[in-house]
Design a protein around this ligand. Sequence first.
Ligand code: S3P
Length: 431
Amino acid sequence: MSTAHVEQARNGLTGSIQVPGDKSISHRAVMFGAIAEGKTTVDGFLAGEDCLSTIDCFRKLGVTIEQEGEKVTIEGKGWDGLQEPEEILDVGNSGTTTRLMLGILATRPFHSVIIGDDSIAKRPMGRVTEPLREMGSIIDGRGNGRFTPLSIRGGQTKGIQFQSKVASAQVKSAILLAGLQSEGVTSVTEPALSRDHTERMLTAYGVEVKRDGLTVSVKGGQTLTAQDITVPGDISSAAFFLVAAVIVPNSHITLKGVGINPTRSGIIDVLQEMGASISVHNEQVVGGEPIADLDIKTSTLKGIEIGGDLIPRLIDEIPVIAVLATQAEGKTVIRDAEELKVKETNRIDTVVSELKKLGATIEATEDGMIIEGRTALKAATVSSYGDHRIGMAMGVAGLIAEGRMTIERSEAIAVSYPTFFEHIDELLGGK
Ligand code: S3P
């Protein structure tokens, strides 16, 4: 385990960076390439630990995958090219790998065992294993198949019309992937729209996907054709620097080539509503995903209310939004965000406890948190608790907190942003 230190910034953040590739899209590019027919290439791949876990699992399923930094080549041999793994499939810390891979394995006529780290072992898998069992695959595991380790034997499955209780792209994607090789039509209806990268990328791989409001459906018996995928910058990684630039005095930065898919861009809406000076330039569509350069400066902020359908559009950004809210005048209320409790950590608890150590006025609620600003934060020793986004949110807080911040278990940051501290140094140096 490692420890990182962050000093209060003496000058503003300036210059421009390209944030690493989108985690959600990188996972999907590899998985869909693995089940497609032909050679898929991926450029801009996020070589973070989570996505490397996906590569490792699909290699164990018999797929030849070459990866060098941001470039990946996948030799897809179609659905039937996947083979029974001789080893256990270890997903590490990655919920996306676990749930989407379950959807793929649900229709494969062989047996696999999935394990992950201590955090994965606490995360609810019943939301995926129950509908997959209903479709006909045989799944067992701890807590009657609700937690890892899980074992799955796929086979002949039937389409279902699934009503999800949560707005979760991982659940939606798992069921749709199983639906592609099941009898009849499979549909998923969610309570609010979650990120739609699966729908967009499956379409790029030649699959017919139908959307009708909050319901998305696929017909069984569909195959995928290899693609050349370019992964946009991850807006969830960009969020740390968007917030840092707004709250560190005298900052002005540009983040290049960031994915601004409307199902992910809630952070931009929140920054604008709080009064931040942010502008969007060079909008383009790359491989079915909108991207842009984001320009942002130090700004005066006011507290706002964040809830409802906005939550799935910024769920991963809430830890750093809480840091932002400590620097806004007045009250910020985050509600309808119970899903935070089942992320890499219980993010309501970890955000509130660590920000309190810095002197923030913040209280947990049943479904979110209330933050009262503006507060001058003081550096302290905090922990990531093994959660990458908590570690990075603390890194951003460290830039404005008086003194020297110590972040324990900082190694977790490599899950999604291995060059996070280098990028902080680069922007502080104004290169
Ligand atoms: C993801 C979906 C979200 C998100 C996670 C990545 C994905 O989780 O929090 O970081 O790639 O589909 P849920 O689908 O469980 O909300």
